[in-house]
Ligand binder design. Structure first.
Ligand code: SF4
Length: 319
């Protein structure tokens, strides 16, 4: 298989910017919104400690005062992009953005879509916060708008999910995908490469599993040890070996090769606050990480999807 022409980009994977340009014929930007949600894995509903790598950044940002309205956040976000961008997607990012009664969710999402040039929504959430009512609400928006639902998963392996204290298992993720798929919504899954206790085979199994599901996008992150988190403590105690940049680039290239060429790659790096950043040092330079992944794919003369059909065929032979 050659590099797909429909990407119309100079990358070795199908990035979000190119996907949106192909779909809408213009540049589209995401505007980040903090709508004041909490997370059931932090507030005691599911657990109190949160995922072991979670820095609680949303609550830190909120300490500075009352949250501006969704409309105001969109207006200030737009200032950074106009006039270069002509369309925007409102990205409900902070914590769990479906963790509220449906009427409250509807009011917030409606407010975002009522703003000029906002053509869609991206809703970041957890698999255990997509009940049938929420799925129906989101599917309703997909009839008239461009909608992404971003599901944090990180790994398909339950032993890893338990270790990182996700507070949900893989079966709950499959249930959420089942409720959302085939209804005009785009599903984006977040995974982490370099989780403690995971072998290369485990990471590739996560990629192959997602490649076979009705998932339209993926965000791939490296694991970050941040001060003030349980993972950061493990790192400081010397109990945690962080993945090297070379290994991350090589494993991420392996993952990309296994994914369908149509799957939109929304991220290949992770973000962490500089003031609490502990390790790995290389992850602080995002451009360098992207270059390392590009170079790895170039060295292999490879790209996203190169082994997708082969892997899918072997998987169906095994069934
Ligand atoms: S689901 Fe997200 S917000 Fe909640 S604890 Fe985990 S990383 Fe933090």
């Amino acid at each position: 298989m050659d590099k797909p022409e429909f990407w119309k980009n100079n990358k070795r994977y199908y990035d979000l910017k190119s996907y949106w340009r192909n779909l809408f014929g213009c540049t589209v930007h995401k505007l980040q919104i903090d709508a004041g949600f909490t997370c059931p894995n932090r507030d005691g509903q599911v657990a109190a400690g949160g995922c072991i790598y979670c820095d609680g950044r949303g609550s830190k940002l909120r300490q500075s005062g009352i949250l501006p309205s969704v409309a105001d956040q969109i207006a200030s976000g737009k200032k950074y992009y106009k006039p270069a961008a002509s369309q925007f997607v409102a990205y409900f990012q902070t914590f769990t953005n479906t963790y509220a009664p449906v009427e409250k969710l509807r009011a917030l999402y409606d407010e975002a879509l009522a703003q000029d040039d906002v053509i869609g929504l991206a809703i970041g959430t957890r698999p255990d916060c997509v009940d049938p009512e929420v799925a129906d609400l989101l599917a309703g928006y997909a009839r008239t708008s461009h909608v992404w639902v971003e599901l944090g998963l990180q790994s398909v392996h339950d032993r890893t999910l338990a270790f990182i204290n996700r507070g949900h298992d893989y079966a709950q993720f499959r249930e959420a995908v089942g409720r959302l798929a085939g209804r005009g919504l785009n599903i984006c899954v977040h995974i982490i490469v370099g989780l403690p206790g995971e072998s290369d085979k485990d990471v590739l199994a996560t990629a192959q599993t997602l490649a076979a599901l009705p998932v339209q996008g993926i965000k791939i992150h490296s694991l970050l040890a941040l001060d003030g988190t349980p993972l950061g403590e493990l790192y400081k105690q010397g109990a945690l070996a962080m993945i090297t940049k070379e290994k991350y680039a090589s494993l991420t290239a392996d993952v990309l090769e296994l994914l369908p060429p149509e799957m939109v790659i929304q991220r290949l790096t992770a973000d962490g606050y500089r003031d609490i950043f502990l390790a790995p040092a290389w992850a602080a330079n995002k451009l360098d990480v992207l270059n390392a992944i590009h170079k790895e794919l170039e060295k292999r003369d490879s790209y996203q999807g190169k082994h997708y059909h082969q892997a899918a065929a072997s998987a169906s032979e095994r069934q």
